[in-house]
Design a protein around this ligand. Structure first.
Ligand SMILES: Cc1cc2nc3c(=O)[nH]c(=O)nc-3n(C[C@H](O)[C@H](O)[C@H](O)COP(=O)(O)OP(=O)(O)OC[C@H]3O[C@@H](n4cnc5c(N)ncnc54)[C@H](O)[C@@H]3O)c2cc1C
Length: 320
């Protein structure tokens, strides 16, 4: 893995490209702050999953979550934000200049806004937790190279799951996609060649992950007949979504509540100077697009106050 540190210093690094992250990006870049959004996937967040949105202000007709998200992203980019599709895997937040670590690139910034949403889940498949790091992974891009010519499977039915299975086909031709549903979501940019290389098993649930020191097999269950069978497997990549805040990459560097959400003050500051959080990853009681967008803009305004050493938050740069 080539871990380069980008020499450029950003004012604001935003982790997550959902409504919270993109609204923060729009406000930060419009305030002339050098801003970058690092987003695991534009199809992986809660808004991307919503087939229809009709309660976001200004929408006279319902639109798809994906379309609304595209508008948020385009608006942030129009005001000068950089957008990079990249999963963040670690952070270093205790110094004045903070570091955000991706798979093959690290970034430096004066302020960080965490906006990774709440689509995470607790390990739920028997064996998943036990074999984490020993055959079970949540990141094909990070770990695919360890499974050259081996049996690997991706569990999930989302576009993201399919994309990750596509990544694995670059390393082995024994790639299985096991979906608990009767169909999978395919994206526009999915090459038919990738799809041909993936063995898709629909309507099956993985009921156990087993092995010795490392994973050696999985058990799958046909959801219609209840029939179970074992499959030899070396790598298991889990892409099922739940409703837990996504905070794994923070490694306890930011205080979390007992429900694992990021605790913030009213203006979205965490207790670490220069670190903010917004949207579903925080301990907000209500999870809605309009609130995430509002929290995102508040986080950016707070970051602006911090970076420019202001006494008070201001939102009237255009007039100044
Ligand atoms: C099925 C469904 C229907 C919904 N319907 C409505 C509705 O009708 N109206 C409404 O107002 N709200 C609705 N919601 C809720 C709404 O979608 C969420 O409240 C909102 O999307 C939260 O925004 P967010 O930016 O906090 O998180 P998300 O939208 O989840 O975005 C998080 C982003 O962070 C990225 N990310 C995650 N981990 C990492 C990482 N390690 N590194 C980099 N990036 C990462 C993800 O790829 C994603 O792009 C719905 C939610 C769901 C699931």
């Amino acid at each position: 893995m080539n871990e380069e540190i980008k020499e450029e210093l950003y004012d604001v690094i935003i982790i997550g490209g959902g409504p919270a992250g993109l609204s923060a990006a729009q406000y930060a870049s419009r305030a002339n702050l050098k801003t970058i959004v690092l987003d695991k996937s534009p199809t992986a967040g809660a808004l991307a999953y919503s087939s229809k949105i009709e309660n976001y202000p200004g929408l006279v007709k319902p639109i798809s979550g994906q379309e609304l998200l595209d508008r948020f992203r385009n608006q942030a980019i129009k005001f000068g934000s950089e957008y990079v599709e990249m999963q963040v895997v670690g952070v270093k937040l205790d110094e004045e200049i903070k570091e955000v670590h991706g798979i093959d690139q690290n970034y430096k910034g004066k302020a960080v806004i965490v906006a990774t949403g709440s689509m995470g889940r607790k390990p739920g498949i028997p064996g998943e937790e036990k074999f984490l790091g020993r055959g079970v992974s949540y990141c094909a891009i990070c770990d695919a190279a360890f499974y050259k010519d081996q049996n690997v499977c991706v569990i999930g039915n989302s576009e993201e799951a399919l994309k990750e299975a596509g990544v694995l086909t670059g390393f082995t031709d024994k790639v299985y996609l096991i979906a608990p549903s009767k169909e999978i979501k395919t994206g526009d940019d999915q090459s038919p060649m990738d799809l041909k290389k993936i063995n898709v098993i629909l309507n099956h649930r993985v009921s156990a992950i087993e092995g010795d020191d490392y994973v050696t097999k999985i058990r799958i269950k046909d959801l219609d007949t209840g029939e179970e069978k074992d499959m030899a497997m070396d790598g298991v990549f889990v892409y099922l979504h739940g409703s837990r805040p996504i905070v794994d990459f923070l490694y306890s560097s930011v205080p979390l509540s007992d429900k694992s959400c990021v605790m913030t003050h009213r203006t979205m500051e965490t207790s670490i100077p220069g670190v903010y959080a917004a949207g579903d990853v925080t301990c907000s009681e209500v999870r809605q697009v309009v609130l995430s967008a509002a929290f995102g803009s508040m986080a950016a305004l707070s970051a602006e106050k911090y970076i420019r050493h202001r006494k008070q938050i201001r939102s009237d740069w255009i007039k100044s």
